[in-house]
Write a protein that binds this ligand. Structure first.
Ligand SMILES: NC(=O)c1ccc[n+]([C@@H]2O[C@H](COP(=O)([O-])OP(=O)(O)OC[C@H]3O[C@@H](n4cnc5c(N)ncnc54)[C@H](O)[C@@H]3O)[C@@H](O)[C@H]2O)c1
Length: 349
């Protein structure tokens, strides 16, 4: 397996939109460690400066709203950067995207502003944080399926073919990819779209499944409520693997191609809950809430393109990643004395 190259990143001027986020802040830490000169733009709607604690003194941070700010102001902020990692988005776990369709639709304009500003500011390359939600839900509708989603299942290179995505969030990500490709075609900027599958790790919030399970165990929820029947399957991928994959995509893809970043393995939510119960030594009775949104039933990515084109492999096992995530959660959170349902659907307390 190949990692990001120090000589490529050292001294480069990099802008990270949404850099105060869960994934964005880990990316910023890695870029800073490689000697990049990093600027972060974030409106702190779900990201926090606390996430950037390790790097804040070494970066330029601009609090700016990429949906509402005037374009010339955004262009000015983007100037003198060679690469933009675009992670800013209105986004959250299933409970959030299901209940905030209009908010999520703001990503159509955020993405357009970012691509337009990148192009006008003379940025060389944009890496867009896309999602496995771009794929057709009908390919992900059977529990126990062994189908791995391929890049060609959401083909942005041939717009005469039918497309189908997961909720407004998936459509916005897919159209973000189409928009980026259009700027590449018309203005010659370079770029790629990295299709992250279900991420987890330190700094993620409780709207996402794994952190929600850890939170409920931390609050000793009894009976322990799992959304859906627990059989829904996801390709849970540790955050540091998404960071290395994104950096390699910047190094190796210029033509706007989309590339899957996942593990290619699926786990059911009930199995993840059991692993968390073991790590936290908490074994409550479990109750299933079928009224809650669960999304598609079975999702995992084919990562052969990422292996071939990037030389990338996910390096963190589920067991090790879950343990690190639980350790972070225990070290950084205080009990509320019970589970606040609001925390499971809203990104800020
Ligand atoms: N977490 C996952 O499982 C996952 C999976 C697929 C894709 N993604 C994508 O990865 C990126 C990072 O997601 P994340 O899970 O780390 O956290 P996140 O969704 O909280 O990150 C979004 C960041 O963008 C910022 N932001 C939102 N609107 C903004 C605006 N108008 N102007 C400026 N900044 C704004 C937020 O404050 C936050 O820091 C997002 O684009 C998300 O869609 C995440």
């Amino acid at each position: 397996m190949i990692g990001p190259s120090n000589s490529y990143w050292n001294g480069k001027h990099i802008l990270v939109t949404g850099g105060a986020s869960f994934i964005g802040s880990h990316l910023v830490d890695s870029l800073v460690a490689m000697g990049s000169r990093v600027t972060v733009i974030d409106n702190l709607s779900s990201g926090t400066l606390e996430n950037l604690r390790d790097s804040l003194a070494k970066i330029r941070f601009l609090k700016m709203d990429l949906e509402y700010c005037a374009l010339p102001e955004i262009v000015n902020a983007f100037r003198d950067n060679e690469i933009v990692f675009h992670l800013a988005a209105t986004h959250g776990g299933r409970g959030y995207i299901d209940s905030h369709p209009a908010d999520v639709a703001s990503n159509f304009s955020i993405d357009h502003h970012v691509f337009e500003a990148s192009s006008e500011a003379g940025v060389e390359q944009v890496v867009f944080a896309s999602s496995a939600c771009v794929y057709p839900p009908k390919l992900q509708s059977k529990v126990g399926s062994d189908y791995l989603l391929r890049e060609s299942d959401a083909d942005i290179t041939d717009l005469s073919k039918p497309l189908s995505s997961d909720l407004e969030y998936g459509w916005a990500k897919l159209m973000g990819e189409v928009q980026l490709k259009s700027f590449i075609k018309q203005y010659g900027i370079k770029g790629s779209s990295v299709r992250f599958v279900t991420a987890y790790g330190p700094r993620e919030n409780e709207t996402h499944a794994i952190i929600a399970l850890i939170y409920k165990a931390f609050e000793k929820m009894n009976p322990f409520v799992i959304w859906g029947d627990g059989n829904q399957e996801r390709d849970f991928t540790y955050v540091s693997d998404l960071v290395t994959g994104s950096m390699l995509a910047a190094e190796k893809i210029e033509d706007g191609s989309a590339i899957n970043l996942g593990t290619g393995r699926r786990s059911s939510l009930i199995d993840i809950a059991r692993m968390i119960f073991d790590i936290m030594d908490f074994h409550p009775p479990v109750k299933f809430d079928l009224s809650k949104p669960v999304g598609v039933l079975s999702r995992a990515l084919d990562i052969s393109e990422a292996q071939r084109v990037l030389g990338w492999e996910p390096a963190v096992s589920l067991k090790a990643g879950l343990r690190q995530t639980v350790e972070w959660y225990l070290a950084t959170h205080k009990t509320n004395g019970g589970v606040l349902e609001r925390l499971l659907v809203e990104r800020t307390p």
